[in-house]
Design a protein around this ligand. Structure first.
Ligand SMILES: [Zn+2]
Length: 82
């Protein structure tokens, strides 16, 4: 379940500081009041945590483009630079 960031509408919340994270599904209605203190809150714009994902296996040319040295294992068990 994704975490949604809520920030208090007026002053920083005494109990939750400058905001809190609330786990809820993406299509659930947003909270309007802090569950801790009852102060009006607003859902902050979604800020995805940066999690790099490999969408596809890297090819040799991708690796070369990214500046990696590419080595190929030869039949003799040695590595040779491509
Ligand atoms: Zn609060």
């Amino acid at each position: 379940m994704p975490l949604h960031r809520y920030t208090p509408q007026t002053t920083p919340c005494k109990l939750c500081g400058d905001g809190f994270d609330h786990p809820q599904s993406a299509d659930a209605p947003a909270l309007t009041a802090c569950p801790t203190c009852g102060q009006q809150v607003a859902r902050a714009p979604f800020q995805p945590t940066f999690t790099p994902k490999l969408l596809k296996p890297l090819s040799v040319s991708d690796a070369k483009t990214a500046g990696f040295k590419v080595f190929k294992r030869t039949s003799g068990g040695e590595f040779e630079r491509q």
